[in-house]
Write a protein of this length. Structure first.
Length: 340
């Protein structure tokens, strides 16, 4: 199939899981009730994607409060009780983050429940997202290792352990989310890609890295306005990514200032092309989506294009996110008819 569809990873949580509810607040209920709520939200996320015509589905990150911290919560050596304020993404914005205070070790499986629930309830290909090593160390304070690279590779080993287990759970694509790759260009080339390769080592399922300029939140949109009329930063790292064994690269293309000709540097890679703008509430038409796919196809072989969202949609209103999913499916279908 030409132009299969997927999403970057996250979807908005249902109101009964994400916000206070006078009828039932799961965070005030028993652990078993919260587990069931997360399971039901995961099944709903799968259903919404399937109904929209998404071919490679995710569990929507319904069991995670944060795309990075959701992984960190299952690791020994991290202190969540005493968070500190830290500038992240080269001080793009401040965040309260946990601290590494001892050697890192997995307490056990991290995402087994949601992966197995998703695998049980869909026959479609399943993608699962994990934070990449560079993004993790840029989202946590170090009070133990004293060396960013050493800590990144410590996290890469744990990511690899979980990624191999996810593969055994039946996951078809393991994607590592590395928004930090658009900030630390020199470090990406020096050690970031090597750390990513360590995280993916030994996987026989498809592997992907998601690079983007972030969710459509004000801190990110304000920062992007300062980047100029063309975002050519990826020109510095795409050649190195092209040489890596990572098979797929997810990159924003819709309403992005990334020159699409840069995609030609990703020789041999499957490009998950972002055709849905997650920084705007405007609902794309099928024609909008098909046009971006057509534009990308001028630089990437059609057989190597997967249509996706620019980034996760977790911060969006659910009705808008759902409508954008429908546009994603309809636009890819139209592209197949026009260009297939």
């Amino acid at each position: 199939m030409l132009f299969p569809t997927t999403i970057a990873g996250s979807l908005p949580k249902p109101e009964w899981l994400a916000e206070p509810n006078t009828l039932w607040a799961p965070w005030k209920s028993s652990g078993a009730e919260l587990v069931r709520a997360k399971r039901d939200a995961t099944m709903l996320a799968l259903k919404l994607q399937e109904d929209a015509g998404v071919d490679i589905v995710t569990e929507g990150e319904q069991s995670r409060q944060h795309f990075v911290h959701g992984f960190l919560e299952k690791i020994e050596g991290i202190d969540f009780a005493h968070k500190v304020e830290m500038g992240i993404r080269k001080d793009r914005y401040k965040a309260m983050v946990p601290q590494v205070v001892a050697p890192l070790r997995l307490k056990g499986r991290v995402h087994a429940d949601e992966a197995r629930i998703a695998r049980t309830h869909t026959a479609r290909k399943l993608k699962f997202t994990l934070p990449g090593p560079m993004t993790i160390i840029d989202t946590i304070a170090d009070q133990y290792y004293g060396d960013r690279v050493k800590m990144a590779f410590a996290f890469a080993e744990l990511l690899n352990e979980e990624a191999r287990a996810l593969q055994a759970d039946g996951v078809d694509v393991v994607q590592f989310d590395e928004p930090a790759f658009n900030v630390y260009m020199d470090e990406v080339n020096d050690w970031g890609i090597k750390a990513l390769e360590r995280a993916a080592e030994g996987l026989t399922c498809a592997t992907a890295v998601h690079i983007c300029y972030g969710y459509g939140i004000k801190a990110n949109t304000d920062w992007k306005e300062a980047l100029g009329s063309e975002w050519r930063q990826y020109e510095d790292i795409f050649p190195a990514i092209a040489k890596s064994p990572i098979q797929q690269v997810a990159i924003e293309c819709r309403n992005s200032r990334v020159p699409l000709d840069l995609l030609g540097l990703l020789t041999g890679k499957v490009v998950q092309a972002g055709v849905i703008d997650v920084a705007s509430d405007t609902i794309e038409t099928a024609g909008d989506v098909a046009k971006v796919i057509d534009d990308v196809s001028k630089f990437v072989p059609k057989s190597n294009i997967v249509a996706t969202t620019n980034c996760g949609m977790a911060p969006m209103h659910r009705d808008i996110a759902q409508a954008k999913l429908v546009a994603l499916g309809a636009g890819a279908k139209l592209a197949r008819q026009r260009f297939g």
